[in-house]
Design a protein around this ligand. Structure first.
Ligand SMILES: [Zn+2]
Length: 409
């Protein structure tokens, strides 16, 4: 039995190497070897992660964050700039790049900030940073000043770079921290209204019409946002968007009085989740990103009110979506592969690497256990959930960067 398994495993590996080297893997999106329990993908690409370094290495480091990526099947991640220092100039960006060169186990492409210090006032050195960044973002906060966003889009357009917008109108927040829906009302919590997101998307789409900027909306969470983006695409604007697994699988009805259910934007209502799914199915939503946002266990132990926003996602994204959507025949495996591999690479101009692939065992279910995460962050809304799809091997540029304990190499 042992021998038979070993032979099968070596067979899968050589199939993966052949398919990857010939370009077949990235063309097909995935490979299912007949009669085997393994699916092979060309390495997932997540355009929205927080690796917390430099500045917040008690939450995560480039090393632990990229090990978590490898353990989740990712070979490329794009790192958000809410760091200390914020990468808003060549000099500050270089500090982040130096750690990436030293410690990253998968490809990390940083975002440059849109504004100096992500303060929303003065434009960062977009032209200086352009050669090293995947795009520009002030993620963590919305750019409140329309004139600043207009200038940023004009500059990004000249540079041929994407603006990835965290859309949030601070005037509408009113101290909210979960969705302004049934759960908030029933349990006496302060809600964040949907308009704080879609209102700013509507403003930005008007700026896209005027500037022709390549525009990407981060973590879309409301039904109105999906409608706006569907119309914008029909109109021919150069727009794209992402959503995260938790918005597709959970809603405010799943909330518990626990910090692991607190993120920004918040889990919305059931009708929002349905609209996001429809958006994924009709192509309005282009890609899945995790918004992996680790904090220390102590920080996340303060309930819905006192915990900071953000949950981890790199090590659960594929199994959660495979289990909830593919196994339920809501989404095809081809479409999920495109959402996690080809689409983000195409939009952000990140070429696939022939030496990248990842192998998942889809045969045996298991429970999500944060204690096993490579990430320093342990706060996940999926803790304890039974899922199918376990990453057993991730190879980046021909080197094994993750292998499950029982993987036979
Ligand atoms: Zn954000």
């Amino acid at each position: 039995m042992m021998n038979e398994n070993r032979v099968r495993w070596v067979g899968i590996q050589s199939e993966a190497v052949k398919a990857s080297a010939s370009g077949l893997l990235s063309r097909m999106g995935f490979l299912s070897v007949p009669g085997s329990r393994y699916l092979v993908f060309p390495g997932f690409c997540d355009v929205h992660v927080h690796l917390r370094e430099p500045g917040f290495s008690d939450k995560e480091t480039i090393r632990t964050g990229t090990m978590a990526a490898a353990r989740g099947g990712y070979t490329t991640v794009c790192a958000m700039p809410n760091l200390r220092p914020v990468p808003d100039s060549v000099a500050t960006l270089e500090q982040e790049l130096a750690i990436i060169r030293r410690d990253a186990v998968v490809q990390v492409l940083p975002y440059g900030a849109i504004t100096v210090g992500e303060k929303g006032a003065e434009l960062a050195d977009l032209a200086g940073m352009a050669p090293w960044v995947c795009g520009f973002s002030d993620d963590g906060r919305g750019v409140q000043d329309e004139a600043v966003m207009y200038k940023a889009m004009t500059r990004a357009r000249e540079l041929g770079k994407v603006i990835a917008a965290h859309c949030e109108d601070n005037r509408l927040l009113r101290g909210g921290y979960i969705h302004d829906g049934e759960y908030a009302r029933a349990h006496g919590h302060k809600g964040i209204c949907s308009e704080s997101e879609y209102g700013q998307i509507a403003r930005d789409l008007e700026l896209v019409r005027r500037t022709g900027c390549r525009y990407h909306v981060c973590h879309v969470s409301t039904k109105e946002s999906v409608d706006l983006l569907r119309q914008a695409k029909a109109e021919g604007l150069d727009v794209s968007c992402e959503t995260a697994p938790h918005y597709l699988v959970l809603c405010d009805g799943d909330l518990q009085e626990d910090g692991r259910f607190k993120m920004n934007p918040p889990l919305r209502g059931p009708e929002d989740r349905e609209a996001l799914l429809a958006g994924v199915l009709d192509g309005t939503i282009d890609m899945i990103a995790t918004d992996h946002a680790p904090h220390t266990p102590a920080e996340k132990s303060r309930g819905l009110v006192g915990s900071p926003f953000g949950v981890v996602g790199l090590e659960t994204a594929f199994p959660v979506l495979y289990t909830a959507l593919v196994r339920q025949n809501i989404l095809s495996i081809e479409r999920l592969a495109a959402l996690m591999c080809a689409a983000p690479r195409a939009r952000f101009g990140i070429p696939p690497d022939e030496g990248d692939y990842t192998v998942f065992d889809i045969f045996r279910p298991y429970a999500v256990r944060p204690a096993e995460f490579a990430s320093k962050g342990r706060s996940s809304p999926f803790t304890g959930r039974l899922v199918w799809g376990r990453c057993v091997l991730t190879v980046h540029r021909g080197r094994v960067v993750y292998a499950a304990n029982d993987a036979r190499l």
